[in-house]
Design a protein around this ligand. Structure first.
Ligand code: FAD
Ligand code: NDP
Ligand code: HEM
Ligand code: FE
Length: 470
């Protein structure tokens, strides 16, 4: 059993370079995975365990001792244990004096404890140099070698020598250490792995609410209304027809909501006459989750395109075509070709296709591998300018799709207008506001504000001049 594990992790070529002894406290998932990875990279590992005898799952080449014995073997100790068990270290305070203690721990909730785990550790073992690191790397990723997603190791600590030693270890393991400063940064680093989802939460809830609302709205207009009025069973529309309204409408509204906060921010800056005041929290948060909002919108646009592709093979569509043809043959009448209809149809499809192409481009540039290749200006150009163009094209696609029916009272059912008319309210409002903001007189003031000019500045004229020169 033991042999199989030792054989299962052949030492890589890195191991030719001897790296010194490192002690790992705890033989759980993380301790084991990190230990194996470090062995592969040429370190000698001494594990500290409450029960050294039964730790048979560890590689044979590693020594497993009691915590106090293991601590004496190395001056750098990685604590692969949970914060809840840190109090047991108080017995070892003497033998941990002067040592580098690496805290890798994560919590289950954001701000679970009043102080960060690393700061708590530093209080428990005052004589040691505590360094926070490795908490963003998962045991699974260390074991399977799939570190692409998160190679970054955020490191912080009050002792810079200790910190640099830990950063060297991270580099040797093929990771990218990022110095985050003193131990005060630890709570932020600890919150980091727990914070991946909040940015997705708002887009997720918002899109769910939009989907449910428009689904019910369309079901009332297109399923319940025909049933009540003519006892027609149109429930089959629930599968494709209605989703193919709900998804593009959700995509369009979400896309408009990606660009709305920028406009609100601009209006706020114009109103306040300064950029040096914080935006309200809700606006800040909204601005920060625009990427996620945009990607969710792209997902819905994708669904719309796939649903649209299957339209020609739907039974209902084929039946209608066949019926129309047969009726024409029987009545010996053909319907005239109306060029304006052909134009409207082709135009809205072309606008949709171009809009979708730019939408995809936005999605592609937001991939880290692509966004790392472009500079800040290029990224802003694509995201902001092409983003607005995408919104213009998608809005135009929907407007032209509405075509002549748009304002006809015939489309009202129980006084409810078509869903796409509701869908157009926010995008049109965003585009009109943007048009107003880019009018030269307003744009000039906004640009000055963003360069640091303040309407009610307390600085003197000369200070102001100095600023604008910069
Ligand atoms: C598919 C898709 C993918 C996306 N991916 C990303 C992504 O990867 N990353 C990303 O960030 N966004 C992403 N987005 C969101 C969006 O495209 C960008 O946030 C875009 O930059 C917003 O453009 P904007 O013109 O509204 O805002 P911005 O140009 O960012 O400006 C917004 C507002 O912020 C304020 N502001 C800007 N600069 C300053 C300054 N220097 N000082 C003070 N205030 C300032 C101004 O009030 C301005 O009006 C994505 C969107 C979609 C649809
Ligand atoms: N698993 C992961 O992917 C990641 C984990 N981490 C962090 O690494 C640390 C360890 O996680 P993980 O290995 O998953 O956890 P495990 O529960 O698998 O292991 C914890 C280890 O702590 C040791 N320990 C020391 N004192 C006690 C005690 N009183 N009661 C129970 N165990 C004790 C045990 O080792 P022994 O029996 O040898 O004494 C045990 O195996 C945690 O702080 C976690 O937040 C960080 C990033 C990723
Ligand atoms: C390849 C790209 C696209 C094609 C081929 C396409 C095609 C279509 C078609 C055929 C319809 C009519 C559906 C019906 O009759 O039920 C439609 C409607 C619509 N499309 Fe697109 N589209 C594309 C991209 C987009 C994009 C990117 C958006 C916006 C995000 C969008 C938003 C809409 C909206 C809001 C409607 C009206 C939905 C309704 O109420 O019926 N489309 N599109
Ligand atoms: Fe085994």
């Amino acid at each position: 059993m033991e042999k199989a594990h030792a054989d299962g992790f052949p030492l890589t070529t890195d191991s030719s370079e001897k790296q010194g002894v490192v002690c790992i406290f705890g033989t759980g998932d993380f301790g084991k995975s990190l230990g194996l990875k470090m062995l592969q990279c040429g370190y000698s590992i001494v594990f500290g365990s409450r029960n050294p005898q039964v730790s048979s799952l560890l590689p044979r080449v590693a020594e497993v001792l009691s915590y106090s014995e293991a601590a004496s073997k190395s001056d750098i100790i990685i604590l692969a244990m949970h914060r809840e068990h840190y109090d047991s270290l108080t017995e070892l305070v003497d033998c941990l004096k002067g040592k580098v203690l690496v805290d890798v721990s994560n919590n289950r909730k954001i701000n679970q404890y009043p102080e960060s785990n690393a700061e708590y550790l530093a209080q428990l073992v005052p004589g040691a140099h505590v360094v926070k690191a490795f908490n963003t790397i998962s045991a699974w990723a260390l074991q399977s070698g799939t570190l692409d997603a998160s190679r970054q190791v955020f490191v912080c600590g009050n002792d810079s020598k200790a910190k640099h030693r830990v950063m060297d270890i991270a580099r040797t393991l093929g990771l990218t250490p990022l110095d985050q400063g003193s131990l005060m940064a630890a709570s932020e680093i600890e919150n980091y792995p727990l914070q991946l989802f909040p940015m997705w939460r708002f887009p997720f809830y918002l899109s769910s609410v939009l989907c449910v609302f428009f689904f019910v709205y369309c079901a009332i207009r297109e399923v319940i209304y025909p049933y009540v009025n003519g006892k027609t069973d149109a429930t089959y529309r629930l599968a494709i027809s209605i989703p193919n309204r709900v998804f593009p409408i959700t995509a369009l509204i979400l896309l408009a909501l990606v660009y709305l906060p920028g406009i609100l921010a601009a209006i706020l800056q114009l109103y306040r006459g300064t950029k040096y005041r914080r935006f309200p929290n809700w606006l800040d948060h909204w601005m920060l989750c625009r990427k996620q909002l945009g990607l969710v919108a792209l997902g819905f646009a994708f669904l719309h395109v796939i649903y649209t592709l299957v339209i020609p093979i739907r039974y209902y569509v084929r039946w209608r075509l066949r019926n129309a043809t047969i009726t024409q043959a029987l009545t010996n009448k053909d319907s005239p070709f109306i060029t304006s209809y052909a134009w409207i149809n082709d135009s809205y499809l072309a606008l949709g296709i171009l809009g979708f192409f730019l939408f995809l481009l936005l999605g592609i540039t937001s991939l880290p591998s692509v966004s790392n290749m472009v500079n800040w200006r290029e990224f802003r150009f694509v995201q902001s300018k092409l983003g607005y163009l995408t919104l213009v094209l998608c809005t135009a696609h929907t407007l032209v799709y509405g075509g002549k029916r748009f304002l006809s009272p015939l489309i009202l059912r129980w006084s409810l207008p078509s869903a796409y008319i509701l869908a157009l309210i926010i995008p049109c409002a965003v585009l009109v506001l943007k048009l107003i903001l880019i009018m030269p007189c307003i744009d000039k003031t906004l640009t000055r504000i963003r360069q640091g000019w303040e309407r009610n500045s307390k600085y003197t004229q000369s200070a102001l001049k100095g600023k604008s020169d910069i």
